[in-house]
Design a protein around this ligand. Structure first.
Ligand code: GLY
Length: 344
């Protein structure tokens, strides 16, 4: 049982902490803990994205600017068939993109199911900065992008169209099977292999960063699950699901089967778990635990992974199935970490 002296000490601390928190919130200022800059992103091929982000972070720039620059790398890469240009289309052959950003002030913006725009992350940022809204979808998102000077481009590459036409022969929506089929196609065509592990789903770049001022920012962008229904939106552009940033605590992002992440508000769960004292790795594992619990009969068929960074610059990741990895860039350089998973 807590004794009286301990109780008074605890109350005094809690009171002080909440006073500081409310003062900062009242002033509308982010909570800043100066630290070593760090950027992390989902999947090994995104070391290139980390490099682009580091150009900003390493020279003292803002976390939000860094992640927005970083995720544009796979968005513009036709060989990355899970994000932006070259992304695999939906079952109607349309490339539809989802993207969001969140900053140290708790501001955020997203676009969902936008077509023909190479860099949806830039549009998401403008939704945050220039509109009274958080989310714009489909034709409305495109209309807004065009009003801001973006140009429409065909994002369906020959390679992605070929894969889609192959898929049409069976027209069966099965994310895991699709990946197996993609493996075969990619190996036959001898194109660069975008998945680090042959039998698992790689989709989406989720990137979170802390800058030299100790401020956090994040971005998440994807072409979504290949051959989804037209109009389907996954976790990636949904604040709290595919991305969440709380400048007092940390930031998290997700990759994998978006429906499962949405059902548990995944990235928000991770940040809240860190708030309650878990390390980034433990917090990611807690979110995975909830997904496994929700899928008691078929959890092995559902790949989802999370990554997170906290205000101390500690980072971690965890996935349902094996094969997830993430890239970490600090002043010491870039490393790729193979994470642990719920199932082996
Ligand atoms: N995680 C990406 C998606 O489900 O669309």
């Amino acid at each position: 049982m807590i004794n009286r002296r301990k109780f008074i000490r605890a109350s005094a601390f809690t009171g002080f902490a909440s006073l500081v928190g409310s003062k900062l919130k009242a002033a509308g200022e982010p909570v800043t803990v100066k630290g070593q800059p760090i950027v992390i992103s989902t999947w090994k091929p995104n070391v290139k994205a980390n490099k682009a982000a580091w150009e900003i972070l390493g020279s003292g720039g803002r976390a939000l600017d860094a992640v927005v620059q970083g995720v544009q790398v796979p968005e513009a890469d036709p060989e990355d068939m899970s994000v932006g240009y070259g992304g695999l289309p939906d079952r109607d052959g349309k490339v539809t993109l989802d993207s969001c950003v969140m900053d140290e002030f708790g501001q955020c913006g997203s676009v969902m199911a936008i077509e023909n725009i190479m860099h949806p992350v830039l549009v998401a940022r403008l939704v945050m900065e220039k509109t009274p809204h958080v989310q714009l979808v489909g034709a409305g998102a495109l209309q807004f992008a065009l009003s801001q000077g973006f140009k429409e481009e065909n994002l369906l590459t020959e390679q992605s169209e070929k894969a889609w036409r192959e898929w049409l022969k069976k027209s069966k929506y099965d994310p895991m099977e699709t990946l197996h089929e993609m493996d075969k196609l990619i190996q036959k065509q001898q194109v660069p292999y975008p998945w680090p592990v042959p039998d698992l789903n790689h989709d989406t770049i989720g990137m979170v960063a802390m800058d030299t001022n100790g401020n956090l920012g994040g971005a998440c962008t994807t072409s979504g699950m290949a051959y989804k229904m037209h109009g389907r939106v996954g976790d990636s552009p949904i604040i709290g699901a595919g991305l969440f940033v709380d400048n007092e605590i940390g930031a998290a992002s997700s990759t994998g089967v978006g429906e499962e992440v949405v059902k548990i508000c995944g990235s928000h769960v991770v940040v809240e778990a860190m708030r309650h004292g878990m390390s980034p790795l433990e917090a990611c594992k807690e979110a995975v635990r909830r997904i496994v619990k929700n899928n008691s009969k078929n959890a092995k068929d559902v790949q989802v992974a999370f990554l997170a960074v906290n205000k101390k610059g500690e980072h971690g990741g965890f996935s349902v199935a094996p094969g997830f990895n993430y890239c970490v860039t600090t002043k010491k350089g870039t490393i790729v970490i193979d994470t642990k998973s719920w199932f082996s």
